[in-house]
Ligand binder design. Structure first.
Ligand SMILES: [Zn+2]
Length: 451
């Protein structure tokens, strides 16, 4: 008889950058935790184990997303804890960090405790809430950060809204040091952005759309870095997207500032030309269907030069991690003019495969990609996650590296379908996601192998 609490994943290529493992191995799981990794496959004694044959697959620690919008409470027609964690599982994520721009805002212990309680009931992967920096995310008065930390938040952010008042940001950094959690400031100077709906440049000019210059982000990132240096505290920069931001980040890291940064899959793989709505092609003439509102996102898709710099910075480790900024929106938020469209892209279910294209084109290594989704975000969280170490939770993602699939948003577990990648063929697919030893996602066996 097979005991239900023992699982063996055999014969796959285990990539665990935190434990410096990259070889064909068996992973043994007992009672929802990693029991051991046997480096020579076939030597495992598997009596009593349920066996998953992972031959030809990559076995990775479960992915961790530091930046997810679950829209729950308050906008449940866009996403809920249930649908959002199913989308996460489909994308190989076993931990998501929920941004606090919900309704009500997660600026009180009661709201945070409610999200934690309901995630334990309705969520199929781990949900770690992020608390607001300011009351109501209005940027006037600090939220009760100590109380939020006690309730279980993993950091503080007014994401969507920048903290415009530099002195409030300075105070937030100082208080966050007392509770040992990072501040994550949505880095955008709204006055410099000036109502721009995409990045300033030739595409904006041609489409007649208001453009926001890169400096709207870069100036705020620079300010925050100097404030973190002044207060000797920890800063985490979300969704970095400009060459200038990378330059000030690199220089701050060289000076020893305690900073980490994330980049999204879309800023790594799409550029401003995607706004034309032709999957990155530039039309010879601008017609009636001349943009795709699903490309509207904040920060906006940038130039090709910015994209190249982001990839280089991720490869070098100047940018620490990939985070999705999964931002589900209803059809009514996107079937409208570009100016009226809500900013945000639905990312969880395409995140890995879209960035995996950079591995296939040899721009980053597979090990670095997996590190940026597992060990590195785990170390920012300071939790025992992101590694296949004995005793750690058995959170595991199985990847079929050569499977080809076409993005079909109608199959998303997410309640929303706002992706510019609909109809795009991607290579590499999540085939199984295991959370605390239990399979929470398994793909249908129609994955097509590429010969
Ligand atoms: Zn943001």
């Amino acid at each position: 008889m097979v005991a239900r609490n023992k699982l063996a994943i055999t014969g796959g290529r285990v990539i665990d950058p935190g434990e410096e493992i990259d070889q064909i191995s068996d992973v043994l799981i007992s009672n929802g935790r990693i029991e051991k990794i046997t480096l020579r496959t076939g030597e495992s004694k598997l009596d009593g184990y349920e066996v998953i044959d992972a031959t030809g697959m990559i076995i990775s620690p479960g992915f961790i997303d530091l930046h997810t919008h679950l829209r729950d409470p308050g906008q449940e027609w866009k996403e809920t804890i249930t649908s959002g964690t199913h989308a996460a599982a489909n994308g190989g994520f076993t931990t998501v960090c929920a941004m606090p721009n919900t309704d009500p805002v997660q600026d009180s212990a009661a709201t945070v405790e409610d999200v934690i309680r309901r995630s334990g009931v309705d969520g199929i992967v781990r949900v770690l809430p992020i608390g607001a920096i300011s009351v109501g995310q209005r940027g006037k008065q600090l939220a009760p950060m100590g109380e939020l930390a006690d309730a279980g938040v993993i950091g503080f952010s007014d994401d969507g809204n920048p903290v415009e008042d530099a002195n409030l940001m300075r105070q937030a950094l100082a208080y966050s040091a007392e509770v040992g959690l990072p501040v994550i400031n949505h880095a955008e100077d709204k006055k410099i952005a000036g109502g721009g709906v995409m990045t300033a440049g030739l595409v904006a000019t041609r489409l007649g759309l208001a453009g926001a210059p890169n400096e709207a982000e870069t100036a705020m990132v620079a300010r925050d870095l100097y404030l973190a240096e002044l207060t000797e505290t920890r800063l985490h920069i979300p969704h970095i997207s400009t060459i200038g931001s990378i330059e000030v980040l690199r220089s701050a890291k060289d000076r020893g500032v305690d900073v980490t940064a994330e980049v999204t899959p879309h800023h790594l793989t799409l550029n401003e030309e995607w706004v034309f709505g032709l999957k990155g092609e530039v039309p010879s003439s601008v017609g009636l269907q001349s943009y795709d509102t699903n490309t509207r996102v904040n920060p906006p898709l940038r130039s090709k030069a910015d994209v190249r710099a982001l990839i280089d910075a991720l490869r070098e480790g100047v940018i620490d991690i990939i985070a999705t900024d999964h931002a589900p929106h209803a059809a009514t938020d996107k079937v409208c003019t570009y100016n009226e469209a809500a900013p945000g892209i639905n990312v969880l279910e395409t995140a890995f495969s879209s960035v995996f294209a950079l591995v296939n084109s040899k721009k980053i290594s597979l090990v670095r990609l997996i590190e940026s989704l597992t060990t590195r975000p785990a170390s920012i969280l300071g939790r025992d996650l992101g590694r296949l170490r004995k005793g750690f939770p058995a959170d595991i993602t199985l990847i079929h590296p050569s499977a080809l699939w076409v993005v079909d948003p109608s199959t998303f577990a997410s309640k929303s379908v706002n992706t510019p990648l609909a109809g795009v063929e991607l290579r590499g697919r999540i085939v199984r996601t295991i959370y605390q030893g239990k399979t929470v996602f398994q793909s249908q066996p129609e994955v097509r192998k590429n010969g």
